[in-house]
Design a protein around this ligand. Structure first.
Ligand SMILES: [Fe+2]
Ligand SMILES: [Fe+2]
Length: 319
């Protein structure tokens, strides 16, 4: 019975990539995101990014600066988001795929499952290309050149992986990939419902289409790995995953200070904005709201059949 269930889960994981060579963005939308038609006058009612992602735009210190500053901060946020995406794809998600494609934890993953991991790897590499291409164009428009500051969250996540017991290092990378690929879709869904400058919108929507499949693949993979994990591996997963989830919802602090400075807003206003967004409670609320697809996949795997795991998640504020 368990073998049947595993086989079905594997079929589900593979199915979403059945038409990968015809449907993936890398095949259907090569270099389709040209911003050269943008003019300040022409796009007056088109935002660069979803303003709900930056709730602090409504703060008086920012709001009082007027529309140009608001739009520049949205553009700067977009560039940060895309540069972060580029790093996330290459240094986080694709690092996780290395673990899967070569079955480094020795879970007996099938050849088709590992091959599908490589298709996802190719998707992410193209997402990095298109994100960087759009970020370069927006940066040129606004003269943004301090782009290395976007690495902060990626560095934190890599540090988290580096700090685990070497015995579980590869498993940690799988968990990080699973969290990343299940929280990202929700973020993109919010974006795809908003009205933003068309070429940017199209790129984000195309990315989302691939990510919906990635999320399903990783969710099914989580079930397979959870069922095959040893007791010690399960214990590791159930504690480590909470840290991983929280890391994905930490704000880009350096970016915030730096960007506000660039538009002439002082550090004390930045501090107030940061405190309000990054305190324990808002961080917790963001993580809880953002990880619902992650939790759903974990429920399906049987993870929460262990009352201790329920307790861990309730205590962490995620359930
Ligand atoms: Fe992606
Ligand atoms: Fe992905």
């Amino acid at each position: 019975m368990i073998i049947d269930k595993c086989a079905q889960t594997e079929r589900d994981a593979l199915m979403v990539f059945g038409d990968w060579d015809e449907a993936s963005t890398v095949r259907t939308q090569p270099y389709a995101y040209d911003l050269s038609g943008w003019t300040r006058e022409g796009e007056q009612h088109e935002d660069w990014f979803v303003s709900t992602a930056l709730p602090w735009l409504a703060d008086d210190a920012v709001h009082s600066r007027g529309e140009d500053v608001r739009q520049e901060l949205l553009a700067r946020y977009l560039v940060m988001f895309l540069d972060y995406t580029t790093e996330l794809e290459t240094r986080i998600v694709n690092r996780s795929i290395v673990t899967i494609a070569h079955d480094r934890v020795d879970f007996g993953l099938s050849a088709p499952l590992k091959l599908t991991g490589l298709k996802l790897y190719a998707d992410e590499a193209y997402h990095a290309v298109m994100s960087a291409a759009v970020a370069n164009q927006v940066s040129a428009i606004y003269g943004i050149n301090n782009r290395e500051i976007t690495s902060e969250r990626v560095q934190n996540i890599r540090a988290l992986a580096d700090a685990v017991d070497p015995v579980h290092a590869e498993l940690a990378w799988f968990v990080i990939g699973f969290v990343s690929e299940t929280v990202i879709t929700k973020e993109f869904l919010k974006i795809s419902k908003a009205t933003i400058y068309t070429p940017v919108y199209l790129m984000l929507r195309d990315h989302l289409e691939d990510e919906l499949k990635h999320s399903l693949y990783f969710s099914n993979l989580f079930s397979i790995i959870w069922q095959r994990a040893s007791k010690a591996q399960q214990t590791f997963i159930s504690t480590f995953i909470i840290h991983a989830i929280y890391e994905f919802f930490r704000l880009h602090k350096t970016w915030l200070y730096e960007s506000l400075r660039c538009v002439g807003i002082d550090d004390s206003s930045a501090e107030i904005i940061h405190e309000r967004q990054q305190g324990v409670f808002p961080h917790r609320a963001r993580a809880k709201a953002g990880c619902t697809a992650t939790i759903t996949a974990m429920k399906r795997s049987g993870f929460f059949k262990d009352p201790l795991n329920v307790e861990r998640f309730v205590e962490a504020g995620l359930l």
